[in-house]
Design a protein around this ligand. Structure first.
Ligand code: NOJ
Length: 513
């Protein structure tokens, strides 16, 4: 595991919407370079940039047409290399987004593989051997090629599944994971990883990392085997490189597959949603950080604690403020609620990820779909930099903007937030600074829960530091012998500490050392 991850704090950038420097209405690499100082000042020291490769953009770039060439709308490969080197000069690492499970249907590999005549890429995707042949349990397409077969999809119609094989092939056209064709797919992905690492990239967020081997078992043993092999090759040459999985199963992703980090995502029933956005419970939003929900941290802790315990010494769980697929937390939580939420999320173990704009409380916009975003589109709107034209995102005419900017009179922006010490941005900045300066907040520092029960404050330790949270709209108090002698080093809301007693006002958070 790369040592630098202990102090890493990531900032996710959806490049289309970050900052446009050439006035074409869409963000670009030069825009990211110009804003590196902002990111550094915020206290993040690593970036994750969503796919920025050549693509027809039917799924916002998760449909890659050329893995080694960037999409011209963001600039050139040279611009991206310059982004790597400028970021490094400022102490910021850069992750790209690797999409290993599928390509665009316009990728040259796929165009070759559709041909009737056998060629080098015939086995790169998952094809049946008959034009009417179905693929049990998977979406597939027929009637689109001269080849006598149907092919498997990994996500949308535009995303044919790359062939890493089947765990237990049952049909004649299904390949085993060590079949030469499947090994070639693996080698191609290794080449892509090494290509970008050689250019200065520091690692990858890996899309649908659990999706490689088909009809895998419940432990995903085939997919884990493939990843172990990929990492063995890549890490030999790039021991500092790191990888975060979109898997949502830290046992499989970290312990079995060898990832450094795994996201705890907003996927049904894993407890993460119970913190920020409760879509599942009937009768209203009961999420923990919603003041009037009289929250219950236990749903989250029941899932989170065993995961943290199990991966100790092997990797980290990454908690996110949101991501490009998730409704922004601002949709359901107020700014005071978000302050308490972020302070908690970013002081828990693991490597945190902040989604661009969450630091100013950007809203989810109810807007039509763009580039396969559907309900995700409202989370992908342009960053609000200031109160000027297009909120400082771009000088383009409104109709040429990638997505509309939030034009509400009270829409937040970074410039105003930086002038206001009481802003949400300052909460983020303060907590990131504490993480940087306090080893107790390292990704792997000791963690234990002192109080984590229903209707009570949530109290935990990180090393010698104690954190306490009361997101609800009623006051509470805590008596704990370990509080004696400790001083408040940071607080949100009304908190008084005396001896072993802590009085916590509504919507409060405190760090004592
Ligand atoms: C997960 C990505 O986060 C999402 O945006 C994308 O649409 C799918 N994977 C398919 O690649």
């Amino acid at each position: 595991m790369a040592e630098w991850l202990k102090k890493a704090v990531f900032y996710e950038i959806y490049p289309q919407s970050f900052y446009d420097t050439n006035g074409d209405g869409i963000g670009d690499f030069n825009g990211i370079i110009e804003k590196l100082d902002y990111i550094k000042e915020l206290g993040a020291n690593a970036l994750w940039i969503n796919p920025c490769f050549d693509s027809p953009f039917k799924d916002a770039g998760y449909d890659v047409r050329d893995y080694m060439k960037v999409a011209p709308r963001y600039g050139t490969n040279e611009d991206l290399y310059r982004l790597f080197s400028t970021a490094h000069e400022k102490g910021i690492r850069v992750f790209l987004d690797l999409v290993p499970g599928h390509t665009s249907e316009e990728h040259p590999w796929f165009i070759e593989s559709k041909k009737a005549e056998k060629n080098e890429y015939s086995g790169r995707y998952i094809w049946t051997d008959f034009w009417l042949g179905g693929i049990k349990g998977h979406p597939y397409i027929g009637g689109e090629s001269e080849r006598n077969g149907t092919y498997m999809l990994n996500f949308f119609k535009c995303q044919p599944a790359l062939n890493y094989g089947f765990l237990n092939p049952e049909e004649s056209w299904q390949k085993a994971i060590d079949d030469p064709d499947c090994l070639k797919t693996r080698e191609a992905i290794k080449d892509i990883i090494c290509f970008w690492l050689s250019k200065g990239c520091d690692g990858f967020r890996v899309d649908m990392a659990d999706s490689l081997v088909k009809d895998d078992d419940s432990e995903k043993s085939g997919t884990c085997k493939v990843w172990r092999d990929i990492f063995e090759t890549v890490r030999k040459e790039y021991p500092e490189a790191a990888f975060v999985a979109e898997w949502n199963n830290s046992h499989q992703a970290i312990t079995s597959a060898g990832f450094d980090m795994d996201f705890m995502l907003d996927w049904g029933g894993n407890g993460y949603n119970s913190l920020l956005r409760d879509y599942e419970t009937p009768g209203g939003d009961h999420s923990y950080f919603k003041a009037d929900a009289k929250g219950d941290i236990t749903t989250f802790l029941n899932e989170y604690l065993p995961r943290v315990e199990e991966i100790k010494g092997k990797g980290y769980i990454s908690l996110i403020s949101c991501n490009h697929d998730t409704t922004r937390a601002r949709e359901t939580l107020s700014i005071p609620e978000l302050k308490v939420a972020y302070a908690t999320l970013f002081t828990l173990p693991g490597v945190p990820f902040l989604y661009y704009g969450d630091e100013i409380g950007m809203r989810y916009l109810h807007i039509p779909t763009k580039e396969g975003g559907y309900t995700r589109t409202g989370t992908r709107t342009p960053m609000q930099w200031n109160n000027g034209v297009n909120k400082g995102f771009s000088t383009a005419a409104k109709e040429d903007l990638y997505l509309p900017v939030d034009e509400a009179p009270d829409a937040p922006n970074a410039e105003d937030a930086l002038l206001d010490k009481e802003s949400l941005l300052y909460t983020v900045k303060d907590i990131f600074a504490l993480r940087r300066d306090t080893d107790d907040f390292d990704a792997d520092s000791e963690f234990s829960v002192l109080i984590g029960e229903k209707d009570k404050a949530f109290v935990y330790t990180r090393g010698n530091t104690v954190c306490a949270v009361n997101p609800s709209d009623v006051k509470t108090s805590v008596i704990l012998s370990c509080l004696a002698g400790k001083k408040v080093v940071y607080k949100i809301g009304d908190v008084t500490a005396e001896g072993d007693r802590l009085e916590m006002g509504e919507g409060s958070f405190v760090i004592l050392k």
